[in-house]
Design a protein around this ligand. Structure first.
Ligand code: CP
Ligand code: NVA
Length: 333
């Protein structure tokens, strides 16, 4: 029987980052960081994966891969669609509630990221500051995917592009009206619009605008794609002739203490029948969910015939499977 002494181990050292040496690491932190080629490929792949699943021919390219999910905020869709998606692709997902790992007892993010990189093939992080997400990406030697930050929610916006292209047949030239709080969802939709030639008008009150740096970047980037990026305080101007009406909660996770002030400022921006009537007749209504009926959206509009919220939620699964294959499966471009 061969000896398994220290000397024999030393003669055949395991590479210290064995899982990452085969290919350069790539992260998915924002929509803006994606190339047009990556975006197009993700949309095509997500569409193909959806068809495959529907026809009962699932593919399992991630056998043996493990995805970790570290969430500092609650989640239904993001967590479950990543876990189910990983399972369908033949891999496994580990949900690591931030308060249940040593991070909550003072272990550093850098140590945690480096240790987890020795076990896992990818990480989905849901956190508050974008800088925390960037620190995970810096210290992990495996791909890091943004599962929502205060600044943006790229997986949601990418899935929404799939939904809009399915419902409207294209993205270029489509007018999306985002009504309400200029939050993480609005920011990622702005980036998605600028990348694809979709027009976006955000209708929001003063003080609740989307991130100014993102708006500036998108307005510059749109010169290449032809999209129009606008912000107005008039919800009627935003909704007029829109192909897509989109809204999100007025009080995002972490903003609970601002509830009173937010409700007051945002009440005139409810997505309701009045706005639906001035959009195009075939306009679709979107909401990333979770929703608060009677706050940011009326019950009749959220549950009405033009609402596509469930297809929208389903598409998180298909788009994230495309992301997982691309980010964890070995493609580098
Ligand atoms: N839309 C979305 O990200 O939902 P969860 O917060 O439930 O993940
Ligand atoms: N803007 C919301 C999105 C939830 C998916 C939040 O950050 O809470």
């Amino acid at each position: 029987m061969p000896s398994l002494g220290i000397s024999s181990i030393n003669r055949h050292p395991t590479p210290s980052v064995s899982r990452s040496v085969a290919r350069p690491k790539k992260d998915l932190l924002t929509v803006a960081s994606l190339s047009t080629r990556q975006l197009t490929r993700l949309l095509q792949k997500a569409h193909a994966l959806k068809k495959k699943l529907q026809s009962g021919r699932p593919s399992r390219p991630l056998i043996g891969k493990t995805l970790g999910l570290i969430f500092e905020k609650p989640s239904t869709r993001t967590r479950v669609s990543f876990e189910a998606g990983m399972n369908q692709l033949g891999g496994q997902a580990l949900f690591l509630a931030a308060e249940k790992i040593q991070l909550s007892r003072g272990e550093s993010l850098a140590d945690t990221a480096q240790v987890l990189s020795r076990y896992l093939d990818g990480l989905v992080i849901r956190t508050f500051d974008q800088t925390t997400l960037e620190a995970w990406a810096k210290h992990a030697t495996i791909p890091v995917i943004n599962g929502l930050t205060d600044l943006c929610h790229p997986c949601q916006a990418l899935a929404d592009l799939l939904t809009i292209s399915e419902k409207k047949g294209r993205l270029k030239g489509i007018k999306l009206a985002y009504i309400g709080d200029g939050n993480n969802i609005a920011n990622s939709l702005i980036e998605a619009a600028a990348k694809t030639g979709m027009h976006i008008t955000v209708g929001c009150p003063s003080g609740y605008e989307p991130d100014q740096k993102i708006v500036n970047w998108a307005q510059e980037a749109s010169s290449e794609t032809g999209s129009r990026i606008e912000v107005t305080q008039d919800p009627l101007v935003a909704a007029k002739e829109a192909d897509v009406l989109y809204t999100d909660v007025w009080i995002s996770m972490g903003q609970e203490r601002e509830q009173k002030r937010r409700l007051k400022a945002l009440t005139p921006y409810q997505l309701n029948e009045r706005l639906l009537q001035i959009a195009k007749s075939g306009a679709v209504v979107m909401h990333c969910l979770p929703a608060h009926r009677g706050e940011e959206i009326s019950e009749s509009v959220l549950d009405g015939a033009q609402s596509v919220i469930l297809d929208q939620a389903e598409n998180r699964l298909h788009m994230q499977k495309a992301i997982l294959i691309d980010w964890l499966g070995g493609s580098t471009s």
